[in-house]
Ligand binder design. Sequence first.
Ligand SMILES: [Zn+2]
Length: 404
Amino acid sequence: MIRSIMDYGCMVYGSANKSHLIKIERIQSQALRICCGAYSTSPVSALQVEMGEMPLQIRRQQLMASYWANLRGQREDHPTRKVLSPSWEHEKRKCNSFGWSVGKLVRDMRLEEVGCAPIIPLSPVPLWVMPQPEVDLRLLEKRQKEGSYETEVYNVREYIGSRYGEYVHIFTDASKDSKTDHVGFAFIIPKVKVYKNKRITDCLSVYTGEMYAIIMAIRWIREVKIAKAVICSDCSSALISLKEMKSETRQDMVIEIIQELHSIKQASLEVQFLWVPAHIGLRGNEEADALAKKAIEREIVDIQILYSRSEIKSIIKRNILKIWQQYWDNEIKGRHMHQIQSIVGKGRGRSRYEENMITRLRLGHTRLNSTLHLIGKNPTGLCEACEVSETVEHVVMHCRRYNV
Ligand SMILES: [Zn+2]
């Protein structure tokens, strides 16, 4: 509640004198201290790491960069875009107004090289002639209603065979490497032995990759003039956005697909979409998956795709975390805390896994034999080495297997 009020307008007041900004920073440290009961002498930088709240100075940079991304996605003639261009200030020695400081910031993050997809994409095809994509989500609904049994591979195969027997089957998929942020997609048409995969711009979302795979598949259909085709994808979010003709993040791609479908229709061809479950051993789907994974290993990016606003924002967020991390690593104060937690942005630093572990240890019910015995999964509940009840206390304090 407090932070949002301090955030408001920070692109404007962020250039204020340090002695003014410090007043706001005090509010943050005060609030954080109240939240966690830290002693008043605790270094603020350590308190921020402990509570997962970045320094306001860095937060302002994040908000400024996001604001920049919003403006960049607008049309050229958007009146507020003017703040991005150089101004009269260059006569002065020190320029720290929004346009200048955000310019430097996004250059440091190398965001300027990145293209932004338009936020409000306009379709060249008039609304009233837009074809509505035909999306078959029956298998998805079945899975949600009846569990995975009904979407076993033989059921799926039978469904595709009976419902789409006369169609050419096309499988699409996308993949992303969480370490390198490489993204790739594939589409395959087993019937005619067409296997295509490409690496696309790094850091795109998998969803974008899935959507792009669909676009490329439709283009192929149009070029080769396949009379009836069904595109099978395991990405429910992509297919749902097609069905609703609406996407929070990539409306530009929804429109591109609808345009493609428009020309498909004009060429008297037919394309349907079908959701298929992943990882059940459906051959086309597995092959597309493997091929998409191969694409991300390619040396260079084959196709550059514009970023959506949310993709840019996640890149910004990552860069901002790096800035915070550097700040935390180079701080002089708070070294006691740094020894305990050197990574920023994790809040109180315990993962769900660790929280669970602590809870189980405290409650004394774990996967040790004493508990397993209670649910009939261990015959005796005893420690195999010591032949006494294998409790938490036994393992931590007494067990001879862990005596060092
Ligand atoms: Zn023991």
